[in-house]
Write a protein that binds this ligand. Structure first.
Ligand code: SAM
Length: 249
C-alpha cells in the first residue's frame, strides 16, 4: 500500500520548503491540495510537476474516501494546504482521521506553522500553551469565548483576520484586563515581518494609530492568567467569612 504524507509548506518564504518536502512532493503520485492553483505555483517554483487534486473544507468528506481507496491500492499521496501545516486551521482532518481508521500508512514532513513561529518569537511563556485558532467573527460570540478563557493559565495563541485586529484587541483588553502581556506578529517570514509586544492596552493603542499593524496575516499571542483562580476563591471566602463575622451578634 501507499503512504499518506502530511507535508508542511512555507507561510510566506519559499526558502522554508524543506529538502525533504521537495523530495516527497516530487516522488508521490498525487498531491491533495487546499487550492490547486496556489499549490501549482509553489510546485512550479521548484520544477515539480506532480498531479494535483483539490481537498478543501467543502469536498473533504466526500473526497477522503476516493483518496483512501487510491492509497490502499498502492499510490502514495501528499497532503498540503495553502500555507503552513495541514489540519492546523486548515483542511485535512477528515482524510487523516479516516486514513488512520483504515490502517493507511502515514508519515509527516514537518515544517512551518504560523502559531509556533509566532510563539517562538513572542517572548511570552512557552512551557505550556493552547492553540485557540480563529475567535468567532461576531463580537458577542467572541466575548463569550473570551470569558470561557478568563482563567486560562497557559499562553494562548489566536489566528486573526487583519480587518478585525483592532476590535479583537479591544475585546481582549476589556475581558482579560488592560495589563495582560501579549504580542501581535504580522507577515512572519515575509518582507514586512513585524512583531509588536506589550500590554493589551499598549497593543490596542499601537493598532489604533498605526494601520500597518493590521496589514497582512496576523497571529495574536496572549499570556495566561497568572493570578490563580483558587487564590481568588480563597480571597473571596476570607472576605465572606469576615462579613459574616461582622454580622454575628
Ligand atoms: N495551516 C496554517 C499554519 O500552519 O500556520 C494556518 C492556516 S490559517 C487558514 C491562516 C492564518 O494563519 C492566518 O489568518 C494567520 O492568522 C496565520 N498565518 C499564516 N501565515 C502567516 C504569516 N506569514 N504571518 C502571520 N500569520 C500567519
Amino acid at each position: 500500500p501507499g503512504t499518506l504524507y502530511v507535508v508542511a509548506t512555507p507561510i510566506g518564504n519559499l526558502g522554508d520548503l524543506s529538502a525533504r518536502a521537495r523530495e516527497v512532493l516530487s516522488r508521490v503520485q498525487l498531491i491533495a491540495a487546499e487550492d490547486t492553483r496556489h499549490t501549482r505555483q509553489l510546485l512550479q517554483a521548484f520544477g515539480i510537476d506532480t498531479a494535483l487534486t483539490s481537498l478543501h473544507e467543502h469536498n473533504e468528506m466526500h473526497k477522503s474516501e476516493a483518496l483512501i481507496s487510491r492509497l490502499l491500492a498502492g499510490e502514495s499521496i501528499a497532503l498540503v494546504s495553502d500555507a503552513g501545516t495541514p489540519l492546523i486551521s486548515d483542511p485535512g482532518f477528515d482524510l487523516v482521521a479516516n486514513a488512520r481508521a483504515r490502517g493507511v500508512s502515514m508519515a509527516v514532513v514537518p515544517g512551518p506553522c504560523a502559531a509556533i513561529a509566532a510563539l517562538s518569537i513572542a517572548g511570552l511563556p512557552t512551557d505550556r500553551f493552547v492553540f485557540e485558532g480563529f475567535l468567532p467573527a461576531k463580537s458577542a460570540a467572541r466575548v463569550t469565548r473570551l470569558r470561557e478563557l478568563l482563567n486560562e493559565a497557559r499562553t494562548m495563541i489566536f489566528y486573526e483576520a487583519p480587518h478585525r485586529l483592532v476590535e479583537v484587541l479591544r475585546d481582549l483588553a476589556a475581558e482579560f484586563g488592560a495589563e495582560r502581556a501579549a504580542s501581535v506578529s504580522r507577515e512572519l517570514t515575509k518582507r514586512f515581518e513585524t512583531t509588536y509586544t506589550g500590554t493589551l492596552a499598549q497593543l490596542c493603542e499601537i493598532a489604533e494609530k498605526n494601520a500597518d499593524m493590521a496589514r497582512g496575516e496576523i497571529v495574536i499571542i496572549v499570556s495566561g492568567n497568572t493570578a490563580p483562580a483558587s487564590s481568588a476563591q480563597s480571597f473571596n471566602a476570607d472576605q465572606l467569612l469576615r462579613t459574616l463575622l461582622e454580622e454575628l451578634p
